[in-house]
Design a protein. Structure first.
Length: 315
């Protein structure tokens, strides 16, 4: 039974996954990197250190209690995006493990981008993996990205990605975490901010700031800070933050659909696991597909699937 091992060492999560092709099933493990209370992230040197410590644990957990089947291929995310100059040191941890394993075992070795991994994980969990053979629009919305992307089949990279729009300043996940920490929540703040927003008793009007399909989110942080200083409740501030992000993503989607026509829509990334944001988007685009929560945040599932697709020449 062929298995395909994937490794992803992003800026905040160590993860490993195995795709069992005959079962069409993913087995995966992941662990957040430790961030001290009140802080908004990690230096790359600290991320590399924690990945080095955590990755062996993830591999051991992944294979604990399972029959030992040597993977046919091992793949790793080696860069944030498939774009020139895209680089972060933390991805060297996963790539280094994958290269070493392939050299010893003889398994095929593949590398891809963290972004492609996110999109493939979303397609798998939404039962839409067949879209790799079609043209579709994907969103990757996380702490490092707020990207609207045209995805097309590609024999070499599986997905050829063209940026339609992005954030020109603050990323959506950064906004969530900064505003969450402002409200006294623990980093990463997404889940706690969503729970807080459910208790809101007031919703403010908001207007997305778009420039040719790209968004600006820095004003959101300032607005939320002013609301809090002026005595607005934390619940209403949290709700405004999520409403603003949802409205911004919808406006970016409208721009993409107007430009490229009606195509399948796929939403990936940790921010897209927020139920409030998801429900707002679905109310406008009912046929949109979303990654299941466990496949929304950083994970190696899509990286493992990438190895399967490359090894079998499937697209």
């Amino acid at each position: 039974m062929p298995e395909y091992l994937g490794i992803d060492t992003s800026n905040y999560t160590t993860s490993a996954a195995v795709y069992v092709s005959e079962e069409k099933r993913i087995y995966h493990t992941k662990k957040l990197l430790p961030v001290k209370d009140g802080e908004l992230g990690l230096r790359q040197s600290d991320a590399v250190f924690h990945h080095t410590r955590q990755l062996p644990d993830m591999i051991e957990q992944l294979y604990s209690g399972r029959d030992r089947v040597l993977p046919r291929a091992v793949s790793a995310s080696s860069r944030p995006r498939n774009a020139e100059g895209s680089y972060m040191p933390c991805f060297l941890c996963g790539e280094g493990f994958a290269r070493s394993y392939a050299a010893v075992s003889g398994a095929e070795l593949f590398t891809t981008s963290h972004q492609v991994g996110h999109i493939l994980a979303a397609l798998y969990s939404a039962d839409k993996l067949s879209l790799v053979r079609e043209r579709f629009i994907a969103f990757h919305v996380s702490g490092g990205t707020t990207d609207c992307l045209l995805c097309e089949p590609d024999n070499e990279m599986i997905l050829r990605i063209t940026e339609i729009g992005t954030s020109l300043d603050l990323k959506a996940g950064q906004a969530v975490d900064r505003i969450g920490v402002m409200l006294g929540l623990h980093f990463p703040c997404g889940a706690e901010l969503e729970k807080l927003a459910v208790g809101a008793d007031k919703h403010y009007k908001m207007k997305p700031v778009l420039k040719d399909g790209s968004c600006c989110l820095s004003g959101l942080e300032n607005k939320c800070g002013n609301m809090l200083k002026n005595g607005e409740s934390p619940e209403n501030v949290a709700a405004f933050c999520l409403d603003f992000i949802a409205g911004t993503v919808i406006a970016m989607t409208d721009h993409a659909v107007n430009k490229y026509g009606v195509l399948p829509l796929v939403f990936a990334g940790g921010v897209m696991s927020d139920v409030i944001i998801r429900d707002r988007i679905i109310s406008r685009y009912p046929s949109a597909s979303f990654a299941q929560p466990q496949f929304s945040c950083d994970n190696a599932a899509g990286v493992a699937i990438y190895g399967y697709l490359k090894s079998n020449g499937e697209i």
